[in-house]
Design a binder for this molecule. Structure first.
Ligand SMILES: Nc1ncnc2c1ncn2[C@@H]1O[C@H](COP(=O)(O)OP(=O)(O)O)[C@@H](O)[C@H]1O
Ligand SMILES: Cc1cn([C@H]2C[C@H](O)[C@@H](COP(=O)(O)OP(=O)(O)O)O2)c(=O)[nH]c1=O
Length: 217
């Protein structure tokens, strides 16, 4: 049974780049690695509808925090068997965003903290009702909100397909998401959180594959 590791962070923090770098290093070291990226655009109608809503379609759908959270949760629920099978067949399964994204973004939207009502609802819905596996560890890619927003804006300039959505354009929301993520990490929400500052990917790869939950001194 492999380790299940969820990578979390703001839009533009560099999660995709980090996950690619980790997979390269672990594969080169001979580890069997699988990955899932959420939302599963193009594979899940609920994920596509959520993204479309964040880009202005589907009427007032995006105004409902719980409706948006439910769409992202249903996308993940559709992958539960695949995640289980992947952890059985690999040493490490790495998730680019997972349930904690729903906790952080929706608590931030409602101006709640990590102990608030919507985070409890996400736990009951996703880990309880939908039976999503709890990650063994989380990694918080802790890039300053200003840096992450700058990267998301630069990415949108270069690639029309990556135009910023309603969450990415909302600086106040991104700062609140950052605060909730830090609280989730500080309180070891659901499992230990490894805080990564983006500096040395090789050290992170080594720490994670060895099961360490914090950077070595
Ligand atoms: N460590 C880094 N330093 C500078 N730029 C980075 C770094 N990591 C990622 N980027 C750039 O920032 C942008 C967002 O990165 P990406 O991995 O797509 O973030 P996310 O998946 O968190 O939205 C991309 O254009 C990427 O090339
Ligand atoms: C996976 C997930 C994402 N989100 C939010 C975070 C992002 O702002 C937004 C889109 O996800 P994101 O991974 O940033 O996709 P994109 O490639 O379109 O930038 O959805 C949630 O609110 N809950 C979730 O469960």
């Amino acid at each position: 049974m492999g380790q299940l590791i969820a990578v979390e962070g703001l839009d533009g923090a560099g999660k995709n780049t980090l996950v690619t770098g980790l997979i390269e290093r672990w594969s080169a070291a001979g580890l069997r690695v699988a990955t899932f990226t959420f939302p599963r655009y193009g594979r899940s109608a609920t994920a596509d509808i959520a993204a479309e809503a964040l880009h202005g379609s589907h009427g007032d759908l995006r105004n409902s925090v719980y409706a948006m959270a439910l769409l992202f949760a249903l996308d993940r629920a559709g992958a539960v068997d695949d995640i289980q099978a992947a952890t059985d067949a690999h040493d490490i399964v790495i998730l680019d965003r997972y349930v904690a994204s729903n906790a952080a973004y929706n608590a931030a939207r409602l101006e709640q903290d990590a102990a608030g009502e919507v985070v409890r609802w996400v736990v009951d819905l996703e880990f309880g009702r939908f039976g999503m596996p709890v990650p063994d560890r989380h990694v918080l890619l802790g890039v300053a909100p200003e840096v992450a927003m700058q990267r998301a804006a630069a990415r949108a300039e270069k690639d029309a397909a990556r135009a910023r959505d309603a969450y990415e354009r909302d600086g106040a929301l991104q700062r609140r998401v950052d605060a909730v993520y830090r609280e989730l990490a500080d309180t070891a929400w659901m499992s230990p959180w490894y805080r990564f500052d983006g500096e040395n990917i090789q050290d992170l790869a080594d720490d994670l594959s060895a099961g360490r939950t914090a950077p070595t001194e």
